[in-house]
Design a protein. Structure first.
Length: 307
């Protein structure tokens, strides 16, 4: 019997599981997540940076009491960094010790140094090496930062949950890991890889949902300020900024304003704290240049009209 919580048995249970970890998911996201767990298929999450894609893997790890193994992708990522490499200094030391002891059997030396003892397991191999019943959550984060060659390598991993190491042979997972792949869509990922996954576009939350997120994540933020923060952020996302603020930035801003004991937004407060919300100077200059005050006026008028 497994010694960790079982995956949810329904979509409603999936929503409840995520909510217990303070992740508020819409029904469409909960549905595709439930199906990915049920069908044991990788889940491909696409969306703007900061909408909570990576957080889904972290929440799953905690809710299901599974290890989280994260492969942070970047340009130039190769097999040695992602899958495995050999401990070359230790191998060289073993060779020298063998020579010093008079051992001349090259086949035996080679067999010894290319064994599990000298194998350094990187995230992909770690994700495939867990014991049955303890399959981890394997997060392949920001896949769009890698190149097509690495994508092609992942096809074997995602198709058969195995990798081939020339010196050791094929290593196959006793139980497939729970795979979450994220991309910020800086480039298109090849269809061959997407076909092996279930897909979901993670969008910015609606105002009511984001307000509830603030209530859970920043409980010290008063209701009136929370409403102003959410209304302000939601309007900023309509301005075609270089980088719209994500949910993480909204939480940071609410936390910062709470730490400063602010009870309401005003132009000076926005100017002083905008760096917790926006991260590009052109966007900040636009807010300082009068756009921010206009948005604040609209927000207060709308909230006043709503009662």
């Amino acid at each position: 019997m497994p010694d960790h919580p079982l995956p949810p048995a329904s979509i409603d249970e999936t929503i409840a599981m995520l909510a217990r970890e303070d992740y508020l998911a819409g029904r469409s996201l909960a549905t595709v997540l439930f199906l990915a767990l049920k069908m044991k298929r990788p889940l491909f999450l696409e969306g703007e940076a900061g909408v909570g894609k990576t957080e889904i893997a972290k929440v799953l790890s905690k809710a299901l009491d599974r290890p989280l193994i994260r492969l942070q992708c970047y340009e130039g990522l190769d097999v040695a960094s992602a899958v495995y490499e050999w401990n070359y200094p230790a191998q060289m030391l073993e060779i020298r010790l063998a020579e010093a002891s008079g051992l001349t059997d090259r086949g035996r030396i080679e067999s010894d140094i290319f064994s599990e003892r000298y194998l350094i397991r990187r995230p992909v191999l770690q994700a495939l090496s867990s014991a049955e019943g303890r399959a981890p959550v394997f997060l392949i984060d920001e896949l769009d930062r890698t190149d097509e060659a690495f994508e092609a390598f992942l096809l074997e991993v995602l198709s058969d949950f195995q990798v081939t190491i020339p010196e050791l042979g094929t290593i196959k997972a006793a139980e497939p890991p729970i795979v979450i792949i994220t991309t910020n869509r800086t480039r298109e990922v090849h269809d061959a890889l997407k076909r092996r996954c279930l897909y979901h576009w993670v969008d910015y939350p609606e105002a009511a949902q984001e307000l509830e997120i603030i209530r859970r994540k920043v409980p010290g933020c008063n209701q009136a300020l929370s409403q102003q923060i959410i209304a302000y952020v939601q309007k900023l996302r309509t301005l075609d900024l270089f980088k719209n603020p994500g949910v993480a930035e909204t939480i940071d801003w609410a936390t910062a304003l709470t730490e400063l004991d602010r009870l309401a937004l005003d132009p000076e407060t926005i100017s002083d704290t905008i760096g917790t919300l926006l991260k590009y100077q052109d966007d900040i200059a636009r807010i300082h240049g009068g756009e921010g005050a206009r948005v604040l006026t609209e927000v207060k008028d709308e909230l006043r009209a709503a009662g």
